[in-house]
Design a protein around this ligand. Structure first.
Ligand code: ATP
Length: 231
């Protein structure tokens, strides 16, 4: 469904990515793990051309390397950025409406689908988004991205700042999305939680992919345990 070959990202003279190769197949959950600065966020931003990049990116059998971000999103590839970036002064329902801006006719049915998937958002539909808890705001950020009906959802550090119990709930929701036929590319600092729900994983170091394999094997890999899973 999605592939990146020799993906490089440039921040002025600084090279944020030096050659990342990844592949995500239909209905997979794939996770990218790596320490701070390894290039996880740059990979997601490079894929959707939010930053200056080179290399080949293919999505749904099409070369999207030179496409603009909004065109890529329209094709069905959505990004939930780190830090959520929801509209804190709008209600939950208004936030969802922003996510369906290109598809207003389908708004009500998509919103009801989101309320079924995230019951807490339904309870709070008229509440200002900024007054919700961190976990609820993350759910809203995901729901807002889903309002665009993506086939592939990229999540950047969704568990950041959330209490362990909420992280469990969030990851259960991510697994559920796969049952809704949504493919997931997940970036996480919380590598053990990510590897538990992922099918496959890539390890990034210094802007390059250095290892890939089934997530379960990664969980048992002594080197991965030592480096990323806290021993
Ligand atoms: P983190 O979890 O800390 O965000 P990451 O794995 O997502 O780490 P990136 O943020 O992609 O890593 O960073 C990859 C490299 O690019 C790092 O060396 C980082 O310092 C550099 N970099 C990222 N963003 C910028 C920027 N806006 N300007 C300059 N350099 C940047």
């Amino acid at each position: 469904m999605l592939s990146a070959r020799e993906l490089k990202v440039f921040y002025g003279v600084i090279q944020g990515l030096k050659g990342v190769d990844i592949e995500v197949n239909d209905r997979e959950i794939v996770t990218l793990i790596g320490s701070n600065g390894a290039g996880k966020t740059s990979t997601l931003h490079g894929i959707v051309n939010l930053v200056r990049s080179s290399g080949q990116v293919r999505f749904l059998n099409e070369d999207i390397s030179r496409r603009q971000t909004h065109q890529i999103v329209r094709r069905g590839l959505a990004l939930v950025p780190e830090g959520r970036h929801i509209f804190t002064n709008l209600t939950i329902e208004e936030n969802l409406r922003m996510g369906a801006y290109h598809n207003q006719a389908a708004f009500a049915s998509l919103r009801d689908k989101m309320f079924a998937l995230f019951p807490r958002l339904k309870e709070r539909r008229n509440q200002m988004a900024g007054t919700m808890s961190g976990g609820e705001q993350q759910m809203l950020a995901i729901a807002r991205a889903l309002m665009g009906e993506p086939v592939l959802l990229m999540l950047d550090e969704p568990s950041l700042g959330l209490a362990p119990r909420i992280v469990g709930e969030l990851f259960a929701t991510i697994e559920q999305l796969r049952n809704e036929n949504i493919t997931i590319l997940l970036v996480e600092q919380n590598a053990s939680a990510a590897l538990r729900i992922a099918d496959r994983a890539y390890v990034l170091e210094n802007g390059k992919t250095v290892l890939s394999g089934p997530a379960r094997e990664m969980l048992d890999n002594p080197e991965i345990k030592r480096m990323y899973l806290g021993g």
